[in-house]
Design a protein around this ligand. Structure first.
Ligand code: SAM
Length: 166
């Protein structure tokens, strides 16, 4: 079924919002940090912070370009390429995160998919068992952790994983 570009954008953003709100509720009673990969212009960071005002939210970004109101303090920023900043964050925090939001797509599908596969194990290293990961990219190696908790979220728009550590 063909969908206009506008409908497509609305559907993607709505799915993202629903998934983040669902995840925020799930982790509300769990101790641990929240990770935002891809600060971008700070839209989803701002939403996460609004839903989880007392939570430590760390952002990962190559180049900070968000609205000044949507930039966390320096101590909550991990700058540089994810492939460098994620291992560094692991040295600092260990596996202490209960929610990660991967919003890493740049429009080049192949590049984004490859990046997602590369960073997947690095992200997993930072997560606690049973943590939630919301991703704009499907991650093949994580298919065993894929969950679909909400009928209202179209399953090809956003991918929800629950960490199961072996
Ligand atoms: N979550 C943001 C929002 O709601 O405004 C949108 C994020 S945007 C889709 C993706 C971001 O990921 C871009 O700002 C880009 O700079 C960043 N990014 C992409 N690849 C990266 C990499 N390898 N290392 C660090 N940052 C990267």
């Amino acid at each position: 079924l063909r969908m206009s570009r506008l409908d497509s954008v609305i559907r993607r953003l709505t799915s993202q919002k629903l998934a983040l709100e669902w995840a925020a509720d799930i982790i509300r009673h769990l101790d641990g940090a929240v990770l935002e990969l891809g600060l971008g212009n700070g839209r989803t960071y701002d939403h996460l912070r609004e839903m989880l005002p007392d939570r430590d939210i760390y952002v990962f970004e190559r180049e900070i370009a968000a609205h000044p109101d949507c930039i966390p303090e320096k101590s909550f920023q991990y700058l540089g390429d994810f492939r460098d900043s994620l291992p560094f964050a692991h040295q600092v925090m260990g596996a202490n995160s209960v929610l990660a939001h991967l919003d890493i797509g740049t429009g080049e599908k192949q590049v984004s998919m490859q990046l997602a596969e590369q960073i997947a194990p690095l992200v997993l290293d930072l997560m606690k068992d049973r943590a939630i990961i919301i991703s704009d990219q499907e991650i093949e190696g994580w298919s065993y952790m894929l969950i679909q908790p909400l009928e209202s979220i179209p399953k090809d728009r956003i991918f929800i994983y629950q960490v199961a550590k072996k």
